[in-house]
Design a protein around this ligand. Structure first.
Ligand code: FNR
Length: 381
């Protein structure tokens, strides 16, 4: 299978699986415990149907949205994800370039493999910086200061990961940073030599967002230990309120799932929330973000930008989320499989397909702008 044969997320996943060593593919593809939430994320979009209107004069459609103070040419952004250089040697540069080309936001993860500054320098477009809350408050402030200096537009604090999820696929393969592979895991690398050639002939693997502060790269600290030793499970709303004040710009919480927490996010001055269960990778059994969307939009949608991610793989999923009141949606694996399959060309092809699907879907729904999508166009089964 080649890139030109990839017409949807499923095709990209198949190609990524062929190209990546098993432990890396499973790190992307997998989720926590029994992966119930991972499955629910996709299923949630099938529990409601679109009700189109016809004969509305839809020659051209405008799918732009304004969210977190940024105008996006399409209502889909690339959610922050870790370790992208492991998936393809172009890493974050590929995703940032593709996002910029499609006029949308890209979230650089604090576990990213290209620095915030390098992404800012090389690519136009609004930049999101996703970070975690550390026990060391000085470190939190230093990371925010660095983001300010780098010109980051949106700070995104991930609040659903105060401890690492139980990713059993990774336990089985031995996937960790630094690598500590099981014999079966090592064999999986041996049978994908092209991946190894690309990986070792390009820039060295680094975690530049953290290396300045933590001795990660030389094997002193694994990502598992980073989560358990450095992140602060005692973090509470007062801590976040202080960060929001300190940042004094667009600040959003990623991983909010309850109405109560959404109200608290408003109360402490956040400008956005992302309803998310981290792609099913944290609390297995947690509800799909799409299923929580209506009640959270009803409670706070007029005071804060509500976004969602999890399981979005089609333009029609995006239309359903926007119809319920989301301002924009994030995708993770949707761009990671194409990244692994073909780098920047893969991510651009996937975003192009998403844009075409949204445009076609809006026309078939009888809408010329996102504002015309409403709950009138949705029925739950
Ligand atoms: C993630 N996600 C994530 N989130 C975050 O806040 N910081 C991170 O570093 C990562 N890293 C990460 C790695 C990989 C491989 C995946 C698949 C996901 C979660 C991500 O931002 C998003 O919430 C989910 O990916 C959304 O679900 P879908 O689109 O993958 O179904």
């Amino acid at each position: 299978m080649r890139l030109s044969h990839c017409h949807n997320c499923h095709d990209f996943r198949t190609l990524a699986r062929r190209r990546l060593p098993g432990p890396i593919f499973n790190y992307i593809d997998g989720a926590a415990d029994d992966e119930v939430t991972l499955r629910r994320n996709s299923e949630s979009f099938e529990r409601c149907d679109l009700v189109p209107n016809v004969l509305r004069g839809v020659e051209s459609v405008d799918m732009s949205v304004t969210v977190m103070g940024q105008t996006l040419a399409m209502p889909v952004y690339c959610s922050p994800t870790a370790l992208q250089r492991l998936f393809h040697h172009q890493g974050e540069h590929a995703v940032a370039a593709a996002a910029s080309r499609f006029g949308t936001m890209f979230g650089v993860s604090s576990l990213g493999t290209v620095s915030l500054e390098a992404v800012r320098k090389a690519h136009a477009g609004p930049q999101v910086y996703q970070f975690y809350f550390h026990r060391d408050r000085g470190l939190n402030r230093a990371m925010m200061q660095r983001a300010k200096e780098a010109g980051v537009e949106v700070m995104m604090l991930t609040v659903d990961s105060i401890t690492g999820g139980n990713r059993e696929r990774d336990l089985r393969t031995g996937f960790s940073i630094p690598f500590k592979l099981t014999p079966a895991g090592m064999l999986q690398f041996a049978i994908k030599p092209m991946w190894a050639v690309n990986y070792f002939t390009h820039e060295r693997f680094r975690l530049p967002q953290l290396e300045e502060h933590v001795d990660m790269g030389r094997g002193a600290m694994s990502i598992g230990r980073y989560f358990t030793e450095m992140l602060d499970p005692a973090m509470d709303w007062d801590d976040v309120a202080e960060m929001v004040r300190h940042w004094s710009g667009q600040f959003c919480l990623k991983g909010v799932m309850s109405v109560e927490d959404a109200r608290r996010a408003v109360a402490i001055g956040c400008t956005g929330i992302v309803l998310s269960n981290h792609g099913g990778r944290q609390l297995d059994g947690s509800r799909a973000a799409f299923d929580q969307l209506a009640e959270i939009v009803d409670a706070v949608g007029d005071r804060i930008d509500v976004m969602i991610d999890g399981g979005i793989q089609r333009g029609t999923h995006v239309l359903k989320a926007l119809s319920l009141g989301a301002k924009a949606v994030g995708v993770g694996r949707y761009y990671l499989y194409p990244l692994a399959a073909a780098g920047q060309a893969g991510v651009e092809r996937a975003l192009g397909q998403m844009r075409a699907e949204i445009e076609r879907g809006m026309k078939l729904m009888g809408c010329t702008s996102v504002a015309q999508l409403s709950r009138e166009n949705l029925r739950f089964r």
